[in-house]
Design a protein around this ligand. Structure first.
Ligand SMILES: [Zn+2]
Length: 290
């Protein structure tokens, strides 16, 4: 009797852990293409793929990694960290700008391998634990990344501290319920730089906002995010995708260190203006659609 019960228990545990992760296929080739890592400014480095941005923040108490690309980005990120002369095992803190599979693919694996703590916008916690299945839109693809349990849940303006680095989380919902940007200050010589890692509020649905049953506040959240993200003040900016901040137009492969490349604030405000136009057009279309 006991033995059978034990076997059943093992089987049940095995089944509950054996959720199949199905990462969507046919993604843009640039997402999986490697790219040379480089220093953006101060202690902030780009270690992502050609288009999926991952950011490494290096401190004397260990490092912070933001975003992890797709599942197949892991060897690229690892190699990039090594190329820069840093240790993968020194990652102490993990975070993300949005709980979508193209930024979450390698998160669970990196957390397991490094033992780093995961800090997230509290509104994305459910999506992270469901492997994206609870997402209002991408949930239709099922579990798209390995589910992961956050260690710390953050709210707007909460800080992540490591060594002398302070990262401020800015809640910018809409794209996902817990999409967020980060602000940090970094130093180079005797100069201080304020850097924004922006999660731009792009829209991914065709149906009306009011038809999104599992995210009732989606329209309100976008409206809030546009008003908040436009007011930010910073010296340099980057984003969740390289294409969103025109990385490859600004910086040619092999280019030497130059923080000025990312000081194009006008471009940031122009991108936001275009995105807000899309948003306002959608709101208008929604109101006349049956
Ligand atoms: Zn996304």
């Amino acid at each position: 009797m006991k033995r059978i019960f034990f076997l059943l228990l093992i089987t049940a545990t095995f089944l509950s852990n054996a959720q199949t992760v199905t990462e969507p296929k046919n993604n843009p080739a640039e997402w999986s293409q490697s790219y040379e890592p480089f220093k953006i400014v101060g202690n902030l480095y780009y270690v992502g793929t050609y288009d999926l941005a991952s950011y490494l923040i290096v401190t004397n108490k260990g490092n912070i990694l933001i975003n992890t690309g797709l599942k197949d980005s892991l060897p690229i990120i690892k190699n990039n960290i090594k190329k820069l002369g840093f240790n993968y095992d020194d990652i102490k803190i993990l975070s993300l700008t949005q709980a979508h599979f193209d930024h979450m693919g390698a998160m669970a694996e990196i957390k397991k391998e490094t033992g780093a703590k995961l800090y997230v916008d509290e509104k994305d916690a459910a999506e992270l634990e469901s492997g994206g299945k609870s997402d209002y839109e991408l949930g239709k693809y099922g579990i798209t990344f390995q589910p992961v349990k956050p260690d710390f849940l953050l709210k707007n303006n909460d800080k992540i501290k490591l060594g002398s680095t302070v990262l401020t989380l800015l809640h910018h919902p809409g794209h996902t319920k817990g999409s967020c940007s980060f602000m940090l200050e970094t130093k180079e010589g005797n100069k201080n730089y304020k850097v924004l890692i922006a999660n731009l509020p792009s829209i991914i649905i065709d149906k009306k906002f009011s038809e999104v049953k599992t995210y009732q506040n989606i329209q309100k959240d976008y409206a809030y995010t546009f008003s908040a993200i436009k007011k930010l003040n910073f010296d340099l900016w980057v984003a969740s995708h390289a294409s969103q901040f025109d990385l490859h137009k600004k910086r040619k492969a092999g280019a030497s260190y130059d923080p000025k490349l990312f000081m194009d604030k006008e471009n940031y405000f122009k991108k936001l203006k275009d995105l807000e136009k899309d948003y306002l057009e959608k709101v208008k279309e929604d109101s006349v659609k049956k």
